[in-house]
Write a protein of this length. Structure first.
Length: 81
């Protein structure tokens, strides 16, 4: 039986920020921001994430686990200094 693959409604841009949530990791179960570095094979993306020790870690994740960044508290506000 053949399955039809649905295209992603949102595709992360290289160099942009995305929200990564995975049910298999304690660090990212609630989700965390990542920077998308490159596209990898097999519908995966190469991303940069801040690890437990605060160091940058580069990992490959499924593109289906990447979502647009949620709205921020300060979105749409103008700051004057």
């Amino acid at each position: 039986m053949l399955r039809c693959r649905t295209s992603l409604a949102w595709k992360p841009t290289i160099g942009g920020l995305a929200h990564y949530a995975s049910r298999h990791s304690g660090l990212t179960r609630e989700g965390c921001p990542v920077r998308v570095l490159a596209e990898a094979s097999g519908a995966r993306m190469y991303v940069e994430i801040i690890g437990h020790a605060g160091a940058l870690v580069r990992v490959t994740v499924k593109a289906s686990n990447l979502h647009p960044m949620p709205p921020s508290l300060f979105d749409g506000t103008e700051f004057s200094m």
